[in-house]
Design a binder for this molecule. Structure first.
Ligand SMILES: NC(=O)c1ccc[n+]([C@@H]2O[C@H](COP(=O)([O-])OP(=O)(O)OC[C@H]3O[C@@H](n4cnc5c(N)ncnc54)[C@H](OP(=O)(O)O)[C@@H]3O)[C@@H](O)[C@H]2O)c1
Length: 272
């Protein structure tokens, strides 16, 4: 869809990738309904966009916790009022560390935010999207939704789930005018990755993208209506091999395991 024709409900608009993507989408002519949990942060963000010259009619926002059913109902009503034809599921929570070190409440928290909430919001929005001449549902997953890495069992489970949900829904809606899309960024420089992840990335030589690179890729994905894209090399290749013959990669993660055991990783500070 041409971005000038899009009216996008975007979750996670207040985060690192979200802000960069909001800027890029607005620059290319989209209208946005930006979602985060803080009124004050969203209001500031919208003011910044207006100061940068975006007409107020193209920048709307709604504070909502996507894990709350009442908030999702409010978002659905707002999306209908603003005639949104694209949903960009970008909100997410991190989880990093050996499974035995992950806080038990993070298991449900991460699966709830990264998987169940976007599923529930999609289900609630879908009846109206199906009445439109064209609509797009875009999921921001991760390369860790295609390849399991030591230290990311919980986060990876949430993104593998999201990836599977997007694929099945795309096939289910293939005869409709609703396109289902999935993008899997690799490690990106935002506040999402705490000290522990950054140390692990250094120890394993993991490359990093900027939020602006991810934003460009998201804008292109929407414009080109591509089904699915993963970002970065060698991540794309590794994901492809992992999909075909996962056993070939099983012996490749000694450095990653060692990095998890290193005191430098300071796993308890993973979110700081
Ligand atoms: N950074 C990376 O290395 C990386 C790599 C691959 C994929 N990703 C994915 O990219 C997406 C964005 O990541 P990011 O790096 O931009 O993270 P971020 O800077 O931490 O931003 C996270 C966003 O999610 C929102 N959010 C979290 N829980 C929410 C909830 N319950 N209800 C509503 N909003 C909620 C946050 O809103 P508040 O302002 O209200 O907290 C914030 O806008 C995520 O889905 C992540 O999994 C990130």
């Amino acid at each position: 869809m041409r971005l000038t024709e899009t009216r996008i409900l975007m979750t996670g608009a207040t985060g690192g990738i979200g802000r960069a993507t909001a800027r890029k989408l607005l620059e290319q002519g989209a209208s946005l309904l930006m979602v985060g949990r803080s009124d004050a942060v969203l209001e500031r963000l919208a003011a910044e966009c207006r100061t940068a010259g975006v007409p107020p009619s193209r920048v709307k926002w709604a504070a909502a916790d996507i894990n709350r059913a009442t908030d999702r109902t409010r978002l659905v009503a707002e999306a209908e009022r603003l005639d949104c034809n694209v949903v960009l599921h970008n909100a997410g929570l991190p989880s990093f560390g050996r499974l035995q070190d992950v806080a038990p409440e993070d298991l449900s928290g991460v699966i709830q935010t990264n998987l169940l909430a976007p599923m529930a919001l999609t289900q609630a929005l879908l009846p109206r999207l199906l009445t439109l001449p064209a609509a797009q549902i875009v999921f921001v997953g991760s390369v860790l939704g295609s390849i399991g890495l030591p230290g990311f069992s919980v986060y990876g489970a949430s993104k593998f789930g999201l990836h599977g949900f997007a694929q099945a829904l795309r096939r289910e809606l293939a005869d409709s005018a609703v396109r289902v899309q999935y993008i899997g960024p690799r490690n990106t420089r935002t506040g999402f990755n705490g000290k522990g992840v950054r140390a692990y990335n250094r120890a394993t030589g993991t490359a990093e993208d900027t939020p602006e690179q991810v934003a460009l890729a998201i804008a292109r994905l929407i414009r080109e209506e591509a089904d699915e894209r993963l970002l970065g090399f060698p991540e794309k290749l590794a994901a492809r091999i992992n999909g075909l013959v996962p056993a070939w990669l099983d012996g490749s993660f000694r450095r990653h395991r060692r990095a998890l055991e290193s005191p430098v990783a300071d796993l308890t500070a993973a979110r700081t």
